[in-house]
Each structure stands twice: as structure tokens, then as C-alpha cells.
Ligand binder design. Structure first.
Ligand code: LFR
Length: 484
């Protein structure tokens, strides 16, 4: 492998996307964020959709900028894509979209969610088969709704590609289902690395829409000629497309500079807070289901049992309701300082409240819950920020305790990466509620995990343990010790 190695990570989140050029040289990874852009779903009539054309346009713009940022004569070795979980594109054999791409917050899954919730035997059976609890955004519920409401789709579509699979197809011309993203669907067999026939049958989803998932790190080949022509650069002549962990959370977990003995709890903090750990075995059973433990998968076939706590979605949503919201880093810092000055709230928000999933006003939804519980609402934005961060911290700690109890584990540290790792109020609240040190890394976890998988596939790094060792030696960290 020539050194340095240049690779690009296309990292798409529900509220923003970025393209990052990674340079691997002398066992060090440096990141250059060459392109960042906002993302949002759009509402048409009663439904919510992603704008895939814009995302693809932005991804290509980012790749052009990545190429422009290369030193003269250098080549881009590879490209990998990671995206938020569960959403998908239905295509025909030629790769044409045959159905609009819905966003997972679309309320169309609510009747299916309730139906499964109220059919206890089926709900338990699906959890035993897939290890994924009944959540409104599951691909299983989304596909069941499409097939039931538009039956002709079963003839029109020949493949279901999850969003990273779809972008991999645009880049490479190959249609594959990558394993980590497939594992978010509630359709993978929890005891194998293949689809669950029981789940597919239950939701009446055509099994031929899927092929056996490929494990992360599989090379998909060179850039397709169409994309190569559109990007028109000699630096891309030999660029490999690599199926990295397509699920952003799987990529972020891979990037954790974790202790090898497995005593760290992970939080990938972004639109959602994903609290979990790595395990050779799944965490199953009635108690695990009640705690909403989701046995999503690592790219090599193992498990990452995690709980989805509502995350920064709640903070971002609340900010929209205040004209005084911060617009730059300085204003953010001032807001956090103001929020820290408040006494710790005596009552916290219950984050599992379904009304927080996609409210027209997040502040309105919070106020409604507080009113119901006869708790006075905060008087200003700083008060809301304090209440939300403390409540999220409690949510993180509750998830940790559930894991300790059910998996018979004792965690020593909590590692946090992603947007929330920069929010000291949130990190401190988590440390206090959990009674454990929180180690925050200034790290774009999802992009780093994406790049790690590419470097391993290219043979530039031996394996993930080696990558983590190098990364840990190089990272800035802030430790928040618990306070009573
Ligand atoms: C985070 C994430 C979560 C998933 C949620 C919905 O970006 O991928 O892991 O539960 O989005 O897809």
C-alpha cells in the first residue's frame, strides 16, 4: 500500500451530511471535512419523504471537493458511505426507484406499531426471532405498510436497498445489502447473519427483495463508469467502493477507542443517543424487550445491544421554538453557561413519551407532558436546555443500569462521541446520573469508523483492534467525573 492513503467518507445524518477526506500516514488518521450540508425530510400531504436527488448531488459535490483537496498527483484509494438506520429505496432490476423514499418519522407506521404492540405473542415472537424491539421506525413496519397500502409494489420492485446500499449502487453499480444496516430493519435472524424468514412472513414482505447480506469491509469494485464520467478526475481512476458499516451508529461504535477488556459503555450522541456496548451474544428475553434493547449488529457478525434514547433531536426541536436560539459556537457556549447556572431540576422529562417522536412543536410537547404531571415549565431557553440535558443524562444512566442487570456486566467508563460529546452539560449530567466517569472524545465517530473500515479493507491497517490502539494514542479526551 502506498503511503499516505487517501479515502473519502460520505456520512449522511438525518439533519446534516458531510464528506470527509481521511489521510492515513504513519499510523495516524487526519480528517479534512471538505463538505457539510443540511439535510431534512419534506412533508408532502400526509407523508414525509427524503430528497435523495439532493443528497446524491451533495455527495458528489463533496467527492469533487475531496479530489480538489488531494496533493498534486495523489489518488483517492477508496470511498465508503454510512447513513442513518432503517430507511430504504425500492428499485427494479435496472436500479430505478419504483416508490418514493419515505422518512422514518412518517406516521404511516403507527397503526402497524399498535397492532404488534397489542398482539403480545407476535411481538414476543418477532423479538425472539430478530432481537429488535417494536419501534415506530422499523423497516419491517414501513415495508408492511407499503405492501398493504400499495400492493402493486410487490410486482414493480425487485430489490429493497437500504440507503447506504442505494448510494453504494450509484457509486459502484452493484446492488448488495450490507449487514449492519440490514440489522436495523427487524428482519435479520438474531442467531445468524441472514434474513429471518419468520419476520419476513409475519410482515408479508417479499423475501426476493433481499440478498444474503454482505459483511462490512467488502470491496464492491471500482466507481461505475457513469459516476466516473460525472466526476471526471484522473484521481478517481482506480478508486474502490467499499461497503463500510452502512449504519452510522455501527460506524461510530467501531470508532470507539475502547478498552480491550470490554468494560466501556458507548454513547453515540447525535440526532439520537445510542447507548450500548459490544457483545459476542445477544441480550434477549422479556426484560430485554421491556427495556427496548435493540440487538443491532457489528460488521463482523457480532452484536451491539443498544437502547435508543431520544437524543439531541429534542434539543434541536426545542431551539426552533425560540427566536433567541444560538447561531454560532460563541452563542452556544453562552447558552450552556447560562443553563449550568440553574439549580438541577427536581423533576425530569420522561423521554419515552411517544409525542416527542415528530411533534409540530417540541417545546409544546414538553410543556404538555409537564402540565400533565403538574410540573412548572422552565421560564426561558436556558431552563429548557438544562432540563433536556439532565433528562437525557438520566436516560443514558437508566439504559446503562438495564444493560448491567441483564447482561451481568459492570461498566467502568462511558465513552461518548458525536455532536453531544461537545456539550459539557450533557456529559456532566450523564456522569452524575450514572455515577461513572464520562470520557468525551472530540471525534466525528461515524466518519472515523467509516474510514477505519476502508483502511482495513485496503490492507493499510491490520484490524479494528490495531486501528483503535493507534486512534486512542492520538486523541484528545475530556473526562467528566461524577459529582453527587
Ligand atoms: C442514528 C440512527 C439510529 C437509528 C436512527 C433511525 O443516526 O441511525 O441508530 O435508530 O438513526 O434510523
Amino acid at each position: 500500500m502506498p503511503s499516505p492513503v487517501y479515502s473519502a467518507a460520505i456520512d449522511l445524518g438525518a439533519t446534516s451530511g458531510r464528506v470527509i477526506l481521511g489521510t492515513w500516514s504513519k499510523n495516524r488518521l487526519t480528517l479534512n471535512e471538505v463538505h457539510r450540508f443540511p439535510n431534512a425530510f419534506r412533508t408532502l400531504g400526509a407523508h414525509d419523504y427524503w430528497d435523495l436527488g439532493t443528497l446524491w448531488h451533495e455527495a458528489q459535490t463533496g467527492l469533487r471537493k475531496a479530489v480538489a483537496a488531494l496533493p498534486r498527483g495523489a489518488r483517492l484509494a477508496s470511498i465508503g458511505v454510512d447513513v442513518w438506520g432503517v430507511d430504504y429505496a425500492l428499485v427494479n432490476d435496472a436500479g430505478r426507484l419504483v416508490f418514493p423514499v419515505h422518512a422514518y418519522r412518517d406516521a404511516r407506521t403507527q397503526p402497524g406499531l399498535q397492532r404488534l404492540a397489542h398482539t403480545r405473542a407476535a411481538r414476543d415472537r418477532i423479538y425472539a426471532a430478530t432481537g429488535i424491539p417494536n419501534v415506530f421506525y422499523n423497516t419491517s413496519l414501513q415495508l408492511a405498510e407499503v405492501v398493504a397500502s400499495c400492493p402493486a409494489v410487490a410486482d414493480l420492485a425487485t430489490r429493497c436497498l437500504f440507503l447506504p446500499d442505494y448510494f453504494n449502487f450509484l457509486l459502484s453499480g452493484r446492488m448488495e445489502n450490507e449487514f449492519t444496516i440490514a440489522s436495523t430493519s427487524q428482519l435479520i435472524d438474531v442467531h445468524s447473519t441472514d434474513w429471518s424468514r419468520a419476520a419476513l412472513d409475519h410482515f408479508r414482505i417479499p423475501p426476493h427483495w433481499f440478498t444474503k447480506p454482505i459483511l462490512s469491509g467488502t470491496k464492491l469494485g471500482r466507481l461505475s463508469s457513469r459516476t466516473r464520467e460525472s466526476l471526471a478526475s484522473p484521481a478517481l481512476a482506480k478508486t474502490q467502493i467499499i461497503a463500510v458499516p452502512g449504519h452510522d451508529t455501527a460506524a461510530a461504535y467501531d470508532a470507539m477507542p475502547a478498552a480491550p477488556e470490554g468494560t466501556d459503555l458507548y454513547i453515540s450522541s447525535g440526532t439520537w443517543s445510542l447507548v450500548g456496548f459490544e457483545s459476542a451474544t445477544p441480550v434477549l428475553g422479556a426484560e430485554a424487550l421491556a427495556a427496548r434493547i435493540s440487538n443491532e449488529r457489528i460488521g463482523d457478525g457480532r452484536y451491539r445491544p443498544l437502547t435508543n434514547v431520544i437524543g439531541l433531536w429534542m434539543l434541536e426541536g426545542t431551539l426552533k421554538d425560540f427566536a433567541s436560539r444560538p447561531t454560532n459556537d460563541k452563542e452556544w457556549a453562552a447558552l450552556i453557561t447560562a443553563a449550568e447556572k440553574f439549580p438541577a431540576p427536581t423533576a425530569l422529562i420522561d423521554m419515552t413519551f411517544v409525542e416527542f417522536a415528530n411533534p409540530t412543536s417540541m417545546k409544546g410537547a414538553i410543556d404538555a407532558q409537564l402540565r400533565k404531571r403538574k410540573i412548572p415549565a422552565p421560564k426561558n431557553l436556558a431552563g429548557y436546555v438544562r432540563l433536556i440535558c439532565e433528562s437525557l443524562g438520566r436516560g443514558h444512566a437508566d439504559a446503562m443500569r438495564a444493560f448491567e442487570k441483564m447482561a451481568g456486566k459492570k461498566f467502568r467508563r462511558i465513552l461518548i462521541v458525536g455532536g453531544g460529546s461537545k456539550n459539557r452539560l450533557l456529559c456532566q449530567a450523564t456522569a452524575n446520573a450514572a455515577g461513572l466517569p464520562v470520557v468525551s472524545f472530540a471525534l466525528e465517530g461515524t466518519a472515523v469508523g467509516n474510514l477505519a473500515s476502508q483502511l482495513i479493507a485496503l490492507g493499510a491497517v491490520k484490524d479494528l483492534a490495531t486501528f483503535r490502539r493507534h486512534l486512542a494514542a492520538d486523541l484528545k479526551q475530556t473526562v467528566y467525573s461524577p459529582k453527587p
